[in-house]
Design a protein around this ligand. Structure first.
Ligand SMILES: Cc1ncc(C[n+]2csc(CCOP(=O)(O)OP(=O)(O)O)c2C)c(N)n1
Ligand code: SF4
Ligand SMILES: [Mg+2]
Length: 338
C-alpha cells in the first residue's frame, strides 16, 4: 500500500474504454468489479496507481483499470512491479497474476517478491487451469484434472498458493473468491498492510474448469463450508454450530461441535492474524473434512524492501557527488583486441 493523498473517485473513474475480452460468465468479471468498487473506497488516485500483470486471461486486468499499468511477460510481473516500486516508492502497486503465470513460469519470481517483502498487493487468480492457452493443467490443478495436456487425468500433486506464500516468507496471506461479497474487505485489508500482501482469489474458468470451487463457493450450503476468519473472533462456521480447535493429542486442528453457542467451552480458537503457526495449519487444511478458510489468514507486518533500499542508497551516497564517468572507469575494465 501507498497513497500519499486520498482522493474521491467513483467506480466509473476506474473503468476504461477497452472492450473486456473474457468469456461470458468468467469469474474475472466479478473480480474486476470488486476491485473497481474497492479502489474509490480506499481513496486511491488513478494517477498514483499501477497495475502490473504477466500473461494469461487474468493478466489482461490492467487494460480494464483506468490507471497506469503494465501487461508484461509471462511470469515476470513480480520483477517489473519491484522495479516500479523501487523507482517510485510512493506509487500504489497492484500485481495481477494467474496460477500458471504466478506459480509455473513465475514461481521463482513470486517467491522473491514475497521474501523481499516489496510493498504491493498481489492478487493471484487461481482457476486451477491455464485459461488463455486453452485449458492445459496448471500447478494448482487437482489430481485427475482432465485437460489437453493431461487427457488421462493429471497425476501431479497440486501446489497450494497460500502455503507457498507463507513458505516464501509472506507477511500477509489472504483468500477470497470471485463472486464473494467479502472480497472487497479482503482487498482493503491487503491494501492496509505495509509489505507484500498475497491474496489467492479462487476464480471460476467457466470454459475450461467450470465450477471446480462450487463445493464451497456455491451459495447453497456455503455456511457449512466457508470459514470466514476475522481477527479476534472465534473460528466458527455452520451458523456457529461448529468451530476449529486444537487437538491436544495430534497438535493439529480439529472440528468441534459447539453446544448452546458456548464456543469457549468447546475449545474453539480465537483467530489471531499474527499467529504464523496457526496460519500454516489453516492453509494446509483439507477441504471436505474441514471448511475452506477464507479472509485474512495471516497479517504481521515486517520492514519493507524499498525502504531498506532507499535508506541504503542514501547512506552510500551521502556526501558524494555522483560521477558516472568515474564509476565506469573504476577498475575492472579491459580492452578487447581484435
Ligand atoms: C514464455 C512463455 N511461455 C508460454 C507462454 C504461453 N502461455 C500464455 S498464458 C499461459 C498460462 C496462463 O495461465 P494462468 O496464469 O493460470 O492464467 P489464466 O489464463 O488461467 O488466467 C501460458 C503457458 C507464453 N505466453 N510465454
Ligand atoms: S478461458 Fe477461462 S479464465 Fe479465460 S476468459 Fe475464458 S472463462 Fe475466463
Ligand atoms: Mg489460471
Amino acid at each position: 500500500m501507498n497513497a500519499p493523498t486520498k482522493i474521491e473517485t467513483t467506480l466509473k473513474d476506474w473503468e476504461t474504454d477497452q472492450e473486456v475480452r473474457w468469456c461470458p460468465g468468467c469469474g474475472d468479471y466479478a473480480i474486476l468489479k470488486a476491485v473497481q468498487r474497492t479502489l474509490p473506497q480506499l481513496g486511491c488516485d488513478p494517477a498514483n496507481t499501477v497495475f502490473v500483470s504477466g500473461i494469461g486471461c487474468s493478466s489482461r486486468f490492467p487494460y480494464y483499470i483506468e490507471s497506469y499499468g503494465f501487461h508484461t511477460i509471462h511470469g515476470r510481473a513480480p520483477a517489473v512491479a519491484t522495479g516500479v516500486k523501487l523507482a517510485n516508492p510512493d506509487l500504489d502497486v497492484w500485481l495481477v497474476t494467474g496460477d500458471g503465470d504466478g506459480l509455473s513460469i513465475g514461481g521463482n519470481h513470486m517467491m522473491h517478491v514475497l521474501r523481499r517483502n516489496v510493498n504491493m498487493q498481489i492478487m493471484l487468480f487461481n482457476n486451477e487451469i491455464y485459461g488463455l492457452t486453452k485449458g492445459q493443467y496448471s500447478p494448482t490443478s487437482r489430481i485427475g484434472t482432465s485437460s489437453p495436456s493431461t487427457p488421462a487425468g493429471s497425476i501431479d500433486s497440486p501446489a497450494n498458493p497460500c502455503a507457498f506464500a507463507l513458505g516464501a516468507g509472506a507477511r500477509f496471506v489472504a483468500r477470497g473468491f470471485d463472486v464473494s461479497k467479502n472480497l472487497p474487505d479482503v482487498l482493503k485489508a491487503a491494501h492496509a498492510h505495509q509489505g507484500a500482501a498475497f491474496i489467492e482469489i479462487f476464480q471460476n474458468c467457466i470454459v475450461y474448469n467450470k465450477d471446480v470451487f462450487n463445493d464451497f463457493a456455491a451459495p447453497k450450503g456455503a455456511d457449512d463450508r466457508q470459514l470466514w476468519l476475522e481477527h479476534g473472533e472465534p473460528m466458527l462456521f455452520a451458523g456457529g454450530a461448529k468451530g476449529l480447535a486444537i487437538d491436544m493429542e495430534t497438535l493439529d486442528l480439529k472440528v468441534v461441535d459447539v453446544v448452546d453457542g458456548d464456543w469457549e467451552a468447546a475449545g474453539v480458537l480465537r483467530h489471531n492474524v499474527t499467529n504464523r503457526t496457526i496460519a500454516h495449519m489453516l492453509v494446509e487444511l483439507t477441504f471436505g473434512p474441514f471448511p475452506m478458510p477464507l479472509g485474512v489468514i495471516y497479517d504481521d507486518p515486517a520492514p519493507v524492501f524499498e525502504q531498506a533500499v532507499t535508506a541504503e542508497n542514501r547512506r552510500l551516497s551521502e556526501g558524494k557527488e555522483p560521477n558516472l564517468a568515474a564509476l565506469l572507469a573504476k577498475g575492472q575494465t579491459w580492452t578487447v583486441e581484435a
